[in-house]
Design a protein around this ligand. Structure first.
Ligand SMILES: [Zn+2]
Length: 288
């Protein structure tokens, strides 16, 4: 069933597990994520960036596909349809399109005050419509133009100020990075995580860049208040690896394997399998 993300993440904080938020790229991607969650009896968040929504011809297509698949597949576990890293303008488009949960990423605004002001505005609008809201403080590191920056550490006082706008969950940098982690990555800062947690109390915290963080580190972060973990690259790698194996082994040349339903099946099966493994690692299996 399609819901906002407030209750599932509050439950995750109480139960000391995290809900996986998987990014979707197309119909089969969404279908694979939903299948993995249903098979695992786990709550799940299907999320989409503006870029991936543009690829799929708009937020409404994405939201409609999620809603229709939840209906058609008879999905009974809680599913939130979440905007990932929305700009101020994206938020309004996703709200109109039927998303049940919105991330306004004001970390790129020209000042923290503007981030704060716009977050408060989005919270007011979303809550009037029954939608949940994620905000971001500081930036999440990553590779841009071939230069990998270390993950930023969010300012605990800024986290507290944003939390006070009434958001439902908060993305805060604790040394995490989008994409694949470099070999010399210093790891998550548990010290900063506990400082932030001390300021925001039971507010669910979000770990972006969930691909490739060692499982013990993930589980320690969950025990300290991380309740949502974003996973994008990991499933892309799983899909690409399985598709590549299918082609390199020559199986694509057998029978009617040129049929896209056959050609792409190993990749989508790999997404289901990998998503199930992550759901176990994050502790949300059988928590629906
Ligand atoms: Zn992110």
């Amino acid at each position: 069933m399609l819901v906002n993300a407030t209750e599932m993440l509050q439950d995750a904080v109480k139960g000391q597990y995290a809900v996986a938020a998987f990014n979707t790229n197309n119909l089969e991607w969404t279908r694979s994520i939903l299948q993995a969650a249903q098979d695992s009896n786990s709550p799940v968040m299907v999320q989409c960036t503006a870029g991936a929504a543009k690829w799929q011809q708009g937020f409404k297509v994405v939201a409609d596909v999620v809603a229709d698949l939840v209906d058609y597949m008879g999905i009974t576990v809680p599913v939130a349809m979440h905007l990932d890293h929305g700009s101020y303008e994206d938020c309004f488009k996703a709200i109109d399109a039927g998303f049940t949960s919105i991330m306004y990423d004001g970390s790129h605004e020209e000042s923290f005050e503007l981030n704060l002001e716009r977050t408060a505005e989005i919270v007011k609008l979303c809550h009037s419509k029954g939608l949940s809201v994620e905000a971001e403080v500081g930036g999440i590191g990553g590779t841009e133009d071939g230069v990998t920056s270390a993950g930023e550490l969010a300012d605990p006082a800024e986290c507290k100020a944003i939390a006070d706008t009434g958001i439902d969950f908060l993305a805060c940098g604790i040394g995490n990075i989008h994409g694949l982690y470099p070999d010399d990555w210093e790891g998550l800062s548990f010290e900063r995580l506990s400082e932030i947690k001390a300021e925001v109390g039971d507010l669910p915290l979000v770990l972006h860049g969930g691909t490739g963080i060692p499982t013990e580190m993930i589980q320690k972060a969950i025990s300290m208040g991380i309740a949502k973990i974003n996973v994008n690259t990991d499933l892309q790698v799983a899909f690409a690896r399985a598709t590549r194996e299918f082609v390199v082994s020559g199986k694509d040349l057998e029978g009617k394997n040129y049929d896209p339903r056959k050609f792409l099946k190993p990749g989508f099966d790999a997404i289901v399998d990998r998503a199930k493994e992550l759901i176990v690692d994050f502790g949300s299996k059988d928590k629906a």
